[in-house]
Design a protein around this ligand. Structure first.
Ligand code: EPU
Length: 426
């Protein structure tokens, strides 16, 4: 049976105090793990969070024959020999959307890859057309049968190509970056994303011999170099900006004086700008954000999700919880995924006043007190929103499907307890 989080709410009182540290970014570690396939020698990745998605990615890599050792806490060392099989374990790949990032390096290095349609959170359709189109441009053939795909590179390897991303996709940018390193000639990725996870990785690959230019812009150019050598260099996973943002929002909701440390405030401009204009009082340091008790009623806001450096879709649900406490009408516009507002039903049941305008937009009227309920986490980020709502609410809440939250947040109950949250796992 799946674990359940039990939370005793504070009925809107500001009680949390202390320091909470941010771990390495889930999505940066996942992509770095996929990058290990680009390396002739072993790749060491540090600051890796101990979460379910990382365990599943390890299993996928081991399934193709990679060797993974955890040489110290939060460090993985991965080596991928020339004798791997490039067929992804169906059950895991189906479930983990990030499995799609393995396609680029596997196809580039071993000439073929087969995988089922990759799953992930229940946040929308999540097609893979952009990946398939790009691989075709690089000369690969794509065979699809019953939602299983087999991709084959030309005999002389992938060809560099000009790839325009129909929508700026994070994982597609990463996939073509990696495929481009192993391809013959030049690959130009247009409409690439600028997420810090992609930027950190591209810089690291260059340190290891890749030739990537345009890093941090929507035009990435990759000169194919073939497999890389890390020569003992280690990729340090940057701090998780979504975890940091979630904790900062928690501080704004229920904090007296909460320091969110080991984070990178420069990656959080969209959130911090919004909070400051709402009236949340905080101090922004070099690697911390200290949230203090806000004295005034919070101002309502319009939140529209956007690729980085815009407002992250992964913080949209936790942000909506804060908006339930702002005085007046706020608008939330989810532009990236079509299924990412389904959590509002639960918040409404808890007492929030939220009106669905269409599948992408909701109107939030506040402030409204919330009441504890028995809920089930539908996905990772909505699950975090439920935890925040439960802390704010009056009375106890139970949040089932804790597994969905464990996918992205390490030992959440221990870390939240340390700053005063009344939370347990059963
Ligand atoms: N899209 C297509 N076709 C494709 C690929 C994407 O239409 O072939 C669409 C998607 O349906 C979506 C949009 O493009 O509407 C953007 O999605 P994107 O591809 O950027 O999402 P992703 O790469 O699958 C990553 C993160 C997500 C995060 C999004 C947006 C990883 C492993 N996942 O997903 O993280 O929400 O970017 O920032 O990096 C999470 O951590 O909770 C999470 C879901």
């Amino acid at each position: 049976m799946d674990d359940v989080f039990i939370v005793d709410g504070f009925a809107g009182k500001k009680r949390l105090e202390g320091e909470i540290s941010v771990n390495g970014a889930k999505n940066a570690s996942l992509i770095a793990m996929a990058c290990s396939i680009l390396f002739k020698d072993e790749l060491s990745i540090s600051n890796v969070p101990q979460i379910e998605d990382i365990s599943r990615m390890s299993e996928l890599l081991e399934g193709i024959g990679a060797r993974i050792t955890a040489d110290e806490k939060n460090t993985l060392v991965i080596s991928v020999s020339n004798s791997v099989n490039s067929s992804l374990v169906s059950d895991i790949a189906k479930w983990l959307r990030a499995s799609v990032v393995l396609t680029g390096p596997l196809l580039g290095r071993f000439g073929s890859v087969s995988l089922p349609h990759p799953g992930g959170c229940v946040i929308g359709e999540r097609p893979i057309d952009i990946f398939l189109d790009g691989f075709r441009k690089m000369g690969a053939s794509v065979h699809e049968e019953d939602e299983n795909y087999t991709l084959k590179a030309p005999d002389d390897g992938l060809r560099g190509a000009e790839i325009f991303l129909r929508v700026p996709s994070v994982t597609a940018t990463e996939v073509f970056l990696m495929a481009g390193v192993l391809a013959n000639g030049k690959t130009l990725i247009k409409n690439a994303v600028m997420e810090p996870e992609v930027v950190a990785l591209a810089h690291f690959l260059n340190e290891c011999g890749a030739k990537i230019s345009g890093i941090g812009t929507p035009f990435l150019e990759v000169e194919g170099t073939g497999p890389l050598e890390s020569k003992g260099k280690s990729f340090k996973t940057p701090p998780d900006r979504i975890e940091a943002g979630s904790f900062i929002l928690l501080g704004a909701l229920a904090g007296k004086d909460v320091v969110v440390d080991s984070c990178e405030p420069n990656h959080l401009d969209a959130l911090l700008g919004m909070l400051s204009s709402m009236g949340v009082i905080f101090e922004r340091g070099e690697d911390f954000v200290r949230v203090k008790e806000s004295l005034h009623p919070l101002a309502p806001k319009e939140v529209k999700t956007h690729e980085y450096p815009g407002f992250p879709t992964d913080l949209q649900a936790p942000m909506t919880v804060l908006l339930t406490q702002a005085e007046g009408e706020s608008l939330v516009f989810e532009t990236i995924f079509e299924g990412r507002l389904s959590y509002i039903e639960a918040l409404t049941w808890m007492g929030a006043d939220i009106l669905e305008l269409d599948p992408h937009r909701v109107l939030v009227r506040g402030p409204k007190p919330l009441h504890g309920k028995v809920l089930k986490s539908p996905d990772l980020r909505a699950g975090m929103a439920y935890i925040l709502a439960a802390i704010l609410a009056e009375g106890p809440s139970e949040i089932g499907n804790a597994y969905n939250i464990d996918r992205g947040y390490e030992r959440l109950e221990n870390r939240l307890s340390d700053i005063g949250v009344a939370i347990n796992r059963k």
